[in-house]
Design a protein around this ligand. Structure first.
Ligand SMILES: Cc1cc2nc3c(=O)[nH]c(=O)nc-3n(C[C@H](O)[C@H](O)[C@H](O)COP(=O)(O)OP(=O)(O)OC[C@H]3O[C@@H](n4cnc5c(N)ncnc54)[C@H](O)[C@@H]3O)c2cc1C
Length: 394
């Protein structure tokens, strides 16, 4: 059953549910209520039925004992034997949540030639690592990884499953949650445990104008993807002991065959950068972006942008900072001709120093900046780049 259903034997055709339904989603056919696809699953019909003839999927799930679900799982994303920082960040957060729940933290690691990573996962917070090290798992495949995760979750019943909101995590997590018919909150920026022991998943909503707190009370596991750089990893402790469990399963065929990996040719990753020079609409033209690029080169930093430049095709999407782009946490963020809209600021996490260059002294970016320069970026950037080059020579 998906949603709400009528138990025909119990239905007496009293029409109480028809009257209760605000959406006209119930018809009477041969003196029995029938739910149509107008149903919004609001449950008003169920409450109106004196004969207990209406049941919901939620009842069935509540009937299944949620207390058997225990522990927190973190999917360990790796590429070419290197763990994605977000997986380590999630392990740190999982430890904090586990302390509230008195639960264990398990990390799930798939790949080929990755056995050595299990030690790192334990050092960064896992109590246990469930590992599959197989040739046929060498390349990420959402269907294969998703099926394996689904099977393992059914077998071990974790209470919470956390996945990094990377491009891979964003395709893996929905595969798992839809297979298990459980909830998934995407792109979380905060996680905590409430007084009832539920995972409170915080994420921006309505264009970043409010933060939504989402819980998943009736289904398990509670699943969330979390943006990179939102949480800090723990200091690794290589003295820490943990259990490494090697799992073996029959190979699964994927629907998609990977022919070739093409590495991102755009250089250093934005999410790992220590210094970011970011351009906004105030730069004036695509040609002027070069001015910010030269400053980034002089500083050994990385070039990024606000969304309008991506929308105009001046910058690739992979360089967009903000709510619908990347979350970044460099030591220094230099915002050049960026107004400081809330959706842009949503991508700035835990930055030591923000320097803003804007010709409008009232620009909102100055409210969050540590240093503000009221100037025309086109004039100021070449001067700053030149000064930095001279200082490096001296
Ligand atoms: C659902 C949703 C999601 C969004 N996601 C994102 C996102 O992920 N990232 C993002 O960035 N935006 C996002 N936006 C867009 C966001 O609302 C802003 O429109 C955008 O951030 C503005 O970009 P900007 O600061 O470059 O441009 P503007 O707001 O146009 O600001 C340009 C600034 O440059 C200054 N300026 C102009 N000329 C000069 C000059 N010569 N020298 C110095 N300063 C100058 C101006 O004073 C102004 O402050 C999103 C919007 C929505 C609705």
């Amino acid at each position: 059953m998906v949603g709400i259903d009528i138990i025909k034997d119990k239905c007496v055709g009293c029409k109480a549910c028809l009257a209760a339904c605000l959406y006209g989603a119930i018809n009477l056919v041969e003196k029995k209520a029938v739910i149509t696809d107008k149903c919004t699953l609001c449950g008003a019909c169920k409450e109106s039925c004196r004969f207990s003839a209406i049941v919901s999927e939620r009842d069935e799930r509540q009937g299944s004992d949620l207390s058997q679900y225990k522990g927190i799982w973190v999917f360990a994303e790796q590429r070419y034997g290197k763990l994605k920082p977000v997986s380590l960040e999630l392990l740190g957060k999982a430890r904090e949540l586990a302390a509230r729940l008195n639960a264990k933290v398990t990390s799930v690691l798939f790949g080929h030639g990755i056995e050595f990573l299990a030690r790192d996962l334990i050092a960064y917070g896992a109590d246990q690592v469930l590992m599959m090290d197989e040739k046929w798992l060498g390349d990420f495949n959402d269907r294969i990884y998703g099926e394996l995760m689904t099977d393992l979750i059914k077998e071990h019943k974790p209470e919470i499953v956390l996945v990094g909101a990377t491009s891979k995590g964003r395709s893996l997590a929905p595969y798992i949650s839809s297979s298990l018919k459980t909830g998934l909150t995407a792109d979380c920026t905060g996680l905590s445990i409430d007084d009832e022991g539920l995972l409170v998943q915080t994420r921006p909503a309505f264009g970043g104008n409010l933060m939504a707190e989402i819980v998943c009370p009736h289904n398990r596991p509670q699943m969330a993807t979390v943006r990179p750089k939102v949480f800090k990893p723990l200091e690794p402790d290589y003295e820490k002991r943990g259990i490494i469990t090697r799992i073996q399963k029959e190979p699964i065929e994927g629907l998609v065959k990977l022919i070739r990996n093409i590495d991102n040719a755009e250089g250093q990753s934005l999410t790992d950068a220590e210094i970011i020079v970011s351009v906004g609409r105030g730069i004036g033209s695509a040609a002027n972006i070069r001015l910010a690029g030269e400053l980034a080169d002089a500083l050994g930093g990385v070039l990024a942008s606000s969304r309008p430049l991506v929308d105009m095709g001046w910058m690739p999407y992979s360089r967009q900072v903000g709510q619908t782009g990347k979350t970044v946490a460099p030591r220094i963020y230099i915002a050049c001709g960026i107004s400081g809209a809330i959706q842009h600021l949503a991508g700035l996490a835990d930055i030591d120093t923000i320097i803003a260059i804007n010709q409008d002294p009232e620009a909102p970016i100055f409210k969050v900046a540590n240093y503000g320069i009221v100037a025309d970026v086109k004039e100021f950037l070449p001067l700053l780049t030149e000064k930095i080059k001279q200082a490096k020579k001296a």
